[in-house]
Design a protein around this ligand. Structure first.
Ligand code: IMP
Length: 431
């Protein structure tokens, strides 16, 4: 079998996004040569603090902060060029745009009409509200699958683009004016914008799959970074309350052009509890003071929209499902410190669904919505863990909690987040 020489790791969210993937990526990036974003767009965001300075990443991998690395925006990404340039400009104003950047020519472009339509769909009451981030993600992927999308490579061919845009904008303007009763988008303004994007993107455009294959053949390490999480996956999440891409591991193959056999480690990231933004089921949601406690202590507010996140207990039924879907080989459990100060900590081990108790996650969202969680309860703890360096120094109840997760899932927990700072991370080596 044809296998490449390098090593490839994936970081994938095990819950409803916001698991702290950025933090885990930040920990793994220094030993990776190439960092590739494989799906999603500016609907996600993570913050990295370096030497007291805060950097917020929506599209670019945080590997941009390191010289000698290559960062790739994969073909699976819904690329908003304005947001990309904003991020690049912010980094370059600090002298921190240090890595080589490649943007896949096959990535689909989030056009202004995608954002407008996302906003209208959410606000005009003609469609069921999803609670999207209104970044144009859904409409962009709709066009990708409807084969009416504009790709980065299309921007490089002005005359062909003119024809294509003329016909697509005609269709979009029909929707904007006739269905939403709003003003049409001007073709000239849109075309000029696309030409300005072309100028700048042409510096970065490349072939993601080729870059990855070359790096693997040279024995380099690749890190594939996803956005959102398994339960927001268009195929495996709580449909229709999902994002429009595949944050799950399969999205790495389609979103970058790497073969599945070339992936070595799949690191699933889960918070020590659960959060979700937007509509849709969250079986362990706590609408009372415990949920409020988790929200305030964990600063659970959306990085893109500022919306408060819904909070609840760790859901092992959903976590085991996410592990199955992704073939997760290792787990990272983040924000364990947020559980400190609670009298008791609950973890969901089964659902009562349709008068039956089951440890199986029901893929039917209608059934899931009515699922009642069955909990195992752990005693609370109050110790501060910020100085803890090894798992042995953690409060016994936290060790028991982590051990319980490992026993239930059969997957080793190799990274533990015990505080917001980069150094408040415990690593455990496994074979
Ligand atoms: P969209 O991705 O903006 O279309 O939003 C679809 C759903 O995914 C909404 O419920 C959003 O709140 C959720 N979502 C999208 N991106 C993120 C993220 O990065 N973290 C958490 N939820 C997200």
């Amino acid at each position: 079998m044809y296998m490449m020489k390098g090593k490839a790791e994936v970081i994938v969210g095990m819950q409803w996004g916001d698991e702290g993937k950025g933090r885990v990526a930040d920990a793994i990036t220094p030993k990776s040569d190439v960092i590739v974003r494989y799906q999603g767009g500016a609907n996600s965001g993570h913050t990295v603090i370096v030497e007291g300075k805060k950097y917020i990443f929506h599209i670019l991998p945080s590997g941009m902060l390191y010289s000698g690395k290559t960062c790739v925006v994969g073909n699976g990404v819904a690329l908003d060029p304005d947001r990309l340039f904003e991020e690049l400009d912010e980094l370059s104003s600090q002298g921190m745009d240090r890595a080589r950047l490649i943007v896949s020519g096959s990535a689909h472009v989030v056009m202004p009409y995608h954002k407008i339509l996302d906003q209208f769909e959410e606000s005009k009451g003609l469609k069921r509200r999803q609670g999207t981030t209104e970044q144009g993600i859904g409409p962009c992927y709709v066009d990708k699958f409807g084969r009416t999308g504009i790709r980065v490579c299309d921007l490089m061919h002005p005359e062909m683009l003119r024809d294509k845009l003329d016909y697509i904008l005609g269709l979009k303007n029909q929707i904007i004016t006739r269905i939403y009763d709003e003003k049409p988008i001007s073709f000239d303004a849109l075309y000029d914008k696309a030409m300005a994007w072309k100028e700048r993107l042409s510096l970065y455009v490349g072939d993601c799959s080729k870059v990855v294959a070359q790096a693997l053949n040279e024995g380099k390490s690749i890190l594939f970074e996803g956005a959102q999480g398994t339960m927001l996956d268009i195929d495996h999440g709580t449909y229709p309350y999902v994002t429009s891409s595949n944050p799950t591991c399969g999205g790495v193959c389609t979103g970058t052009g790497v073969g599945p056999k070339n992936i070595d480690r799949i690191i699933g990231v889960a918070k020590a509890y659960c959060t979700r933004v937007g509509e849709g089921p969250l079986p362990t949601e706590d609408l009372g003071e415990k949920g409020q406690y988790l929200r305030e202590k964990g600063r659970e507010y959306c990085a893109v929209t500022g919306r408060p996140r819904r909070c609840g207990w760790l859901d092992l039924v959903a976590l085991k499902y996410a592990i199955r879907i992704n073939g997760t080989t290792h787990l990272a459990i983040t924000k364990l410190d947020v559980l400190s100060g609670l009298e008791e900590i609950k973890v969901c081990v089964a659902y009562d669904c349709e008068e039956k108790r089951s440890e199986e996650y029901p893929v039917d969202t209608h059934i899931l919505s009515a699922a009642k969680p069955v909990y195992k309860t752990f005693k609370g703890f109050s110790q501060d863990m910020s100085e803890v360096e090894t798992i042995e120094d953690l409060p016994q109840v936290v060790r028991d909690y982590v051990k319980f997760i490992e026993d239930q899932t059969g997957v080793p927990v190799v990274i533990l987040g015990v505080g917001p700072d980069r150094k408040e991370t415990i690593y455990r080596e496994t074979q």
